[in-house]
Design a protein around this ligand. Structure first.
Ligand code: ZN
Length: 272
């Protein structure tokens, strides 16, 4: 089992059928010889009849059979499909849902729900964030606004400008290191790690994990920077609290969790 999970934590998660722990361990029941996901709907066995094991293969090696009700072996497959889909979405022309689901061998509607449950966002929202990251990176490299738009995969400038609000300033100001902007920033704890949030009067211009002053100074050398600005912090606390409430599955790889969390922040900020 995941070294971070002790028997008490595992038992509590199992007792409340917590889906967030699916994929982090399996529950082997000695009296029936069956293993389950923590969220299995079946009646709870007595505590002394339960073993918590790392995964399905450990349970099978110990002679247990998979529960036919909760299908514990599907957890690893679901997670692998979501991870693979996330890599496919990082393309100038990311696949639409039907193609994406077909590529990982799931039905579209089911896969959409699964993706959202594990990451906290839709495939389209993740693709938007990947595209915006590519555009921001191109602007930062000095590619110029028009080149950045096409390199990132927007296809048409109108699509880029419709989403440019997530730069928190005009693309030109962003390319010029935040020239003319006043940017407040703060760092807060979030479920996937310490998160830097920065904003202008127009909106958020940077979400980055494990980042601090160096990051903001490097990205916005021409802006007036306000470290730990109180108004920014109050905004940031509200936004992070809302995102934390719909965060995805903690068993996903950390880079994907962080990417998905940033996508979630952008989605929430856009509908603020
Ligand atoms: Zn079960």
């Amino acid at each position: 089992m995941d070294a971070a999970i002790d028997f008490e934590t595992a038992w509590d998660a199992f007792a409340r059928r917590d889906r967030a722990f699916d994929g982090r361990f399996v529950v082997a029941v000695r009296t029936t010889g069956i293993y389950c996901k923590p969220s299995c709907a079946a009646r709870r066995p007595r505590r002394e009849h339960v073993d918590f094991l790392a995964d399905s293969s450990a349970a099978r090696a110990a002679g247990y059979r998979a529960c036919r009700r909760c299908l514990p072996d599907s957890v690893a497959r679901d997670r692998a499909a979501v991870i693979r889909a996330a890599t496919l979405l990082d393309a100038a022309e990311p696949p639409a849902l039907t193609m994406l689901a077909a590529a990982v061998d799931y039905a579209p509607h089911h896969f959409h729900r699964l993706f959202r449950r594990l990451t906290g966002v839709t495939p389209a929202a993740l693709a938007r964030t990947l595209r915006a990251d590519r555009a921001a990176e191109a602007l930062r490299r000095g590619d110029g606004v028009t080149a950045a738009i096409y390199k990132a995969g927007y296809g048409a400038p109108s699509r880029f400008y419709a989403e440019a609000a997530r730069l928190g300033m005009t693309p030109r100001a962003f390319a010029e290191g935040g020239a003319g902007e006043t940017i407040g920033w703060t760092v807060l704890p979030a479920p996937p790690g310490a998160l830097l949030l920065a904003r202008t009067a127009r909106g958020w211009c940077r979400f980055a994990f494990e980042a601090g002053a160096d990051d903001v100074v490097a990205l916005f050398p021409a802006a007036t920077l306000l470290a730990e600005d109180a108004a920014t912090r109050a905004h940031a606390e509200r936004l992070v609290a809302r995102a934390a409430a719909t965060d995805g599955d903690a068993s996903l790889p950390l880079p994907l969790r962080r990417l998905a969390f940033r996508a979630l922040l952008h989605e929430l900020a856009a509908h603020d």
